[in-house]
Ligand binder design. Structure first.
Ligand code: SAM
Length: 223
């Protein structure tokens, strides 16, 4: 058996897990709450969908996973604005320019704008419609608490002790989550210090959920 030092823990490279690589639920019986994942975003790529199916299949041995896709649609919140060429520009914290048509015979340009605030609020409303009162809501956010895989296993185990019926993970749209969802969340976590595309965030989440369950069950996936 080879012994090495990793992050201050003595760790055997073979079977014996280092205490630092364990969850408080490792080897314990955990109530397997069904998982619902809400993802706001544009159409999912076929490659991502294949991986989503693969991880759903793997997770089937531990818990059920409901995959809810909420389509982000800036066109629903867009409007046309005539802007005189000599006028100042619309502040970009409020408006996101989708397209711009200029007419050489006029001194105006027609700007199609989407109100970012309205888009976030619209997505927030649809996400809230998919949250039930008895859900344990975990928000994924680049500014959330930093957790490791063992703490993800702790979160899954803790959720089973809350009396909740489902763990609802929420992945936001291009501009992140709205206020209602932020207030409703029981926990807010980050998966990385990097900002991820919503599809990549979903894949990382699914893999970490799978890893969490193998940690809880003491299986050989997590080293
Ligand atoms: C493109 S990101 C949105 C970025 C946006 N700046 C924001 O304020 O949230 C879309 C969603 O992916 C998820 N996401 C992206 N990076 C993440 C990270 N590092 N940790 C956890 N979730 C992340 C979040 O749910 C986020 O709302």
């Amino acid at each position: 058996m080879i012994i090495s030092i990793q992050s201050g823990h003595f760790c055997a490279k073979e079977r014996t897990p280092s205490p630092g690589r364990r969850s408080k639920y490792s080897g314990q019986s955990v109530r397997p709450l069904p998982v619902r994942i809400l993802t706001v975003g544009k159409r999912r790529s076929p490659g991502v969908q294949l991986l989503v199916e693969e991880y759903k299949e793997k997770l089937k041995h531990y818990c059920s996973v409901e995959d809810v896709q909420i389509r982000s649609n800036p066109k629903n919140t867009s409007h046309l604005v005539y802007q005189h060429l000599t006028d100042g520009f619309i502040p970009f914290n409020m408006y996101h320019l989708i397209s711009c048509f200029s007419d050489k015979f006029s001194s105006c340009i027609l700007i199609q704008c989407s109100n970012v605030k309205a888009q976030i609020e619209g997505e927030d409303m649809v996400a809230m419609q998919n949250i039930r009162s008895e859900d344990w809501v975990i928000l994924l956010d680049e500014h959330g608490s930093d957790i490791g895989s063992e703490q993800m296993a702790d979160l899954v185990g803790d959720a089973g002790n809350t009396g909740s019926s489902t763990i609802a993970f929420c992945i936001g749209g291009p501009y992140g989550h709205g206020q209602q969802l932020r207030h409703r969340a029981n926990v807010t976590i980050k998966l990385s210090s990097l900002v991820l595309n919503h599809q990549i965030a979903l894949l990382v989440l699914l893999e970490q959920l799978y890893r969490a369950w193998t940690i809880i069950k003491g299986q050989k996936y997590h080293h």
